[in-house]
Design a binder for this molecule. Sequence first.
Ligand code: SAH
Ligand code: SF4
Length: 373
Amino acid sequence: MKPSFFDLTYDDLKALLMEKGFTPFGATQMFDWVYKKWVHDPEAWTNVSKAAKEFFRENYDFSLLKIVWEGLSKDGTRKFLVKLADGQTVETVAIAARDRLTLCVSSQVGCAVGCTFCHTATQGLKRHLKPSEVVGQFLTVQKWLHDNVSLEEKLTNIVYMGQGEPLHNYENMKKSTEIFMSEKGLGLGQRRITLSTSGLVPAIEKLAVDFPPVNIAISLHSARNDVRTELMPINKVYDLERLFTAIKKIPLKAHRRITYEYLLIDGVNDSLEDVVALGNLLNTKESKINLIPFNEFPGSKYKRPSAEKILWFLDQMIKRGFTCTIRATKGSDILAACGQLKSEYEKINLWNETALTLRPSIPSSALQSPGQG
Ligand code: SAH
Ligand code: SF4
């Protein structure tokens, strides 16, 4: 199988061109054709040398992913299940809010971290995604929106909050953010990208040194070690003390504030004791708290707290001087919680694959250019 062009960062492409005896300046033109003009057939790259065009036609793959299921929620959230070259599937979700259209991308097939509240965890880790498979989620959904919704529909932000633990797949996710951010290509600003992690301490320490300066969200879910360990087994190895020693190394000038995601689970982490612990652990100036009401799924052992309880928790944090928001549950009518669609799909898929294919997938050959004429 040919390697994907979408695995190459701008620097990788320059190095490859040099290695093959082409001019490295061609990288600028190629990124421009591929990411700005959406021309994915090298034959049509008019300002690139014939030999280089032939080289990329012969040796690189420009296919997008196959959308095997697509669903629209009442609130406008669109969920996609995409098939990778080896037949594995992952979810990616486009969420519209205010003037943004955010794509929530998956970083792995399954996840090894094993959080007890998370549906993806039940699958275990099947494999890491390649950079091209994350960039591919973006390009595939962008093209789908152009073809099926409108040319105005443009993905503006990315969150690494789909299936998988992005920092467990460090090098590939680093490359994918570099490709998203490259000014020669997609040109997404660092503030438009957020990486969410369950708290893989060695990777956070590394991130502070060599990762592009994207926004960081930490899935905290409890400020008490015993409760956090119950929810997230990773806390046995990297407890709150080790986690916060690592977080303090992240240069805040670039990241401004860190977002702490706090899942609210009935009777588990929503008491006054939890509020007090959270207030003591975090710093009001450097933190933003995002409360996520637990999304129940078939077989989940936890419950979502009442609306009153959720608002009470919010109020407690605001009273303590925090910037605190509640994440609206998006797309719940299409199973938008982490990892749910994939499993539901697989169950139904046993019966009838076509029943769920609302729209045919897009052949990569059809990939000419939204807005390209
Ligand atoms: N592995 C990374 C990123 C993917 S999970 C992480 O854990 O941060 C993205 C977010 O979805 C996390 O904050 C996670 O806690 C949340 N999540 C997982 N299961 C959920 C559920 N059942 N209800 C609501 N949020 C959930
Ligand atoms: Fe993995 Fe994140 Fe789910 Fe935990 S919450 S199992 S880290 S995907």
